[in-house]
Design a protein around this ligand. Structure first.
Ligand SMILES: [Zn+2]
Length: 339
């Protein structure tokens, strides 16, 4: 379904075959004659989700865009937003990304694809205290998590940063920082017409995942702060998110997301507080999601990997608030209550 939300501004919502991400948006702004046009984000890679690739080509054909006439602006470095960048670049598109999100350590997925990075993550979570068989089962789950994404982050790109701006047709697109979901997430907004492409910063249907990895220790507090700022600054804008229909009144979704994280943090706090000894990150995650005392399926192990890092972001937030304390022992993260 293609919607023209402003003259020459199109949002195509397409369905994916991926679990957990049912649909995503391809948004286009048509350039003036002789100018390049703009595509915001480019879905999963074709190898992981062929229908995503086919849909992009179909939408481009319908609207009359060709890769060599496109500048692709990426909101953030996740695989469902830059998946087809490499293929489009090979056909003459120019790709613009915030270099912060292309850093090897910035994105959970790229970190898991790197063997040394994965080993270090597993140690931090406390997986090395499992038996060998369980450890290897998680290693395999990380392989599955990464399958189909080899080389996805490997493409030529031009840097784009908060404060940059560019003219596309009648629209002057400005770039703003929306940190939290990733460290370098960007929003692209038109001040005169009041719309913003907001990536996964604010979603109406789910609370976007915040994961604390690499050099982003204060992920959740940055996220909560930037949600509040975005809701105030763009309060009367039309939001075009990475997933779901365009919406207004960002405050409702922002409040829902902040409430979700506060509740989640409170739950984690009680789990750690009730324990008689310091808890490993993996155990806190498992208890919070009640995925603990039973054999896990392979898919559940993949989900676990994401749970750990959301859990870690929340625990780090509680540490910032002075409620919990982390102790690293032999590379593993242990948590205890301060009271
Ligand atoms: Zn996304």
């Amino acid at each position: 379904m293609i919607q023209e939300i402003f003259p020459g501004v199109y949002v195509a919502e397409i369905e994916t075959e991926m679990v957990g991400v049912r649909h995503l948006n391809y948004s286009f702004l048509r350039g003036a004659v002789g100018e390049r046009s703009v595509l915001i984000d480019c879905g999963f890679p074709e190898k992981a989700d062929p229908s995503c690739g086919t849909a992009l080509r179909e939408v481009m054909r319908t609207l009359g865009f060709r890769p060599d006439g496109l500048d692709v602006l990426i909101t953030h470095g996740h695989k469902d937003h830059l998946g087809q960048a490499r293929a489009l670049a090979a056909e003459g598109a120019r790709i613009f990304v915030n270099p912060e999100d292309m850093d090897q350590s910035a994105i959970l997925n790229t970190l898991l694809m790197d063997e040394a990075g994965r080993r270090q993550l597993f140690r931090l979570v406390g997986l090395e205290t499992y038996d060998r068989e369980t450890y290897e089962a998680f290693w395999q789950a990380a392989d599955c998590f990464s399958e189909g994404y080899e080389g996805v982050w490997d493409f030529p790109y031009l840097p784009i940063r908060p404060g940059d701006c560019r003219q596309v047709g009648d629209y002057r697109l400005e770039v703003t920082a929306l940190p939290g979901h990733t460290r370098g997430e960007l929003g692209f907004f038109a001040r005169a017409q009041k719309f913003i492409f907001s990536g996964d910063h604010i979603l109406e249907e789910v609370a976007p995942i915040v994961s604390n990895i690499g050099e982003f220790p204060n992920a959740l507090s940055s996220y909560i702060a930037s949600l509040g700022e975005a809701a105030a600054r763009f309060s009367d804008y039309l939001f075009v998110p990475g997933h779901g229909a365009p919406f207004r009144n960002p405050r409702t979704a922002v409040e829902k997301t902040i409430r979700y994280y506060h509740r989640h943090c409170e739950n984690l706090y009680h789990i750690v507080r009730a324990a008689e000894e310091p808890l490993l990150l993996r155990d806190i995650g498992a208890m919070a999601y009640r995925r603990y005392q039973r054999p896990l399926t392979e898919k559940e192990r993949e989900v676990c990997i994401q749970i750990w890092f959301k859990t870690y972001a929340c625990l780090k937030y509680l540490e910032e608030q002075g409620a919990l304390r982390e102790e690293i022992k032999e590379g593993a993260s242990y948590w205890q209550s301060l009271q």
